[in-house]
Write a protein of this length. Structure first.
Length: 196
């Protein structure tokens, strides 16, 4: 389980294909603290550390992950948001995040708002995911609060700290992002639909 509070921006140093799998090597300030078999969220996708040396480590994404997330679009030099799994007893500063991306979305609009930033994202609403005003959503692994919730789009506001310490500063119109919708909302929606 994760919280959506990003620990570091890792930089992709190497991408290596092996059959349908993609081995992703990343340089990060937290790499020296990682262990093989440890779970780390990459742009919100939970992946397992398969090797680690000094400030570099490698994870592997399978075909299913590459098809349903933005990890298949990574290039050498790209930055990914990183978060290690939550420790039992830690504070839940964001919200409950599973590291299981529901679908991708597209950045439709972004603007600086005199000290903060506003982003609007669209997504395919036929997959059954929803947002609610002031509810939680995870974008590229970042826990955020929804504003302007509509049927297939929503907006978020980003404070300067989040802008500087995540890859939100690299987003532009048309960028594909990973979306994980609030797990509590998904269960409530499922229960509601089962009673109709």
């Amino acid at each position: 389980m994760f919280t959506g509070i990003i620990e570091d921006l890792g930089q992709v140093t190497e991408l290596k294909n092996e059959k349908d799998n993609l081995h992703i090597s990343i340089k990060s300030a937290i790499a020296s603290e990682l262990k093989i078999d440890q779970s780390v969220a990459h742009n919100g996708v939970c992946l397992t550390v398969v090797s680690q040396v000094d400030d570099l480590y490698t994870v592997t994404a399978i075909k299913e992950t590459l098809n349903k997330t933005n990890l298949g679009q990574l290039e050498t030099g790209h930055f990914v948001n990183l978060e290690r799994a939550m420790k039992l007893g830690d504070r839940l500063d964001g919200h409950i995040v599973q590291g299981h991306v529901d679908q991708v979305g597209v950045c439709e609009h972004l603007s600086e708002e005199n000290g903060s930033w506003s982003y609007t994202f669209s997504y395919d609403d036929t997959l059954g995911n929803v947002t609610i005003e002031k509810g939680s959503v995870t974008i590229n692994g970042v826990s955020l609060t929804v504003v302007n919730s509509e049927k297939n789009r929503f907006s978020v506001a980003i404070i300067p700290y989040t802008y500087e310490h995540t890859n939100f500063k690299n987003l532009k119109k048309g960028t594909i992002v990973n979306l994980e919708f609030d797990v509590l909302g998904k269960y409530i929606k499922k229960l509601y639909e089962s009673r109709l």
